[in-house]
Design a protein around this ligand. Structure first.
Ligand SMILES: [Zn+2]
Length: 171
């Protein structure tokens, strides 16, 4: 029997901020965090980040299967044009969901970006429309409409920027 059948090791997903939209799927017999450190070396502006790792039996075989699943997204050796979530699902499927351990990590900055994007699109939607009210600087009655995500509007009389929040939305 092939000794590799019983070897346990890691299959992982690594990303790098310098390569947006690409993920590396690989296997290692040592902790993937160490592997990410090796990839980094010197002169790399962004560190490689382990986004997911799974301890599996026969990691070489699981990695090969995961690569087969993702072959349509292949960019270059071990790097694929897909999200980390898709790569993770490919590994789980390749391991027939028999992961001995697994760990998934979504960087805090990415969670924040996602929340900001949701908040911004909602605020933009809330702000777009027609407004009336008096300029808080010169008192002139204004009627205007905005499409953008701007929080300020330029008064047509005194030319100063006044906050849109001080006006009443009419449409
Ligand atoms: Zn004004």
């Amino acid at each position: 029997m092939d000794i590799e059948e019983n070897v346990r090791g890691w299959v992982y997903v690594i990303t790098n901020a310098a390569m947006p939209g690409l993920v590396k799927v690989g296997f290692s017999l040592k902790d993937p965090v160490l592997r990410a450190g090796e990839l980094g070396g010197t002169g790399v502006p962004h560190p490689y980040k382990v986004r997911y790792d799974a301890l599996v039996t026969n990691p070489r075989k699981v990695e090969r299967r995961a690569h087969e699943i993702l072959v349509g997204e292949l960019d270059r050796k071990e790097w694929f044009k897909c999200s980390a979530a898709i790569a993770i699902e490919a590994i789980r499927s390749a391991a027939e969901r028999k992961m001995l351990l697994e760990h998934e990590s979504v960087p805090a900055d990415e969670i924040k970006q996602g929340l900001d994007a949701v908040a911004n699109s909602r605020n933009e939607w809330l702000r777009a429309g027609a407004y009336t009210g008096n300029c808080s600087r010169c008192g002139t009655f204004l009627k205007f409409s905005i499409q953008s995500s701007s929080r300020m509007v330029k008064c047509s009389k005194c030319c100063r920027d006044v906050p849109i929040a001080g006006f009443q939305r009419v449409g």
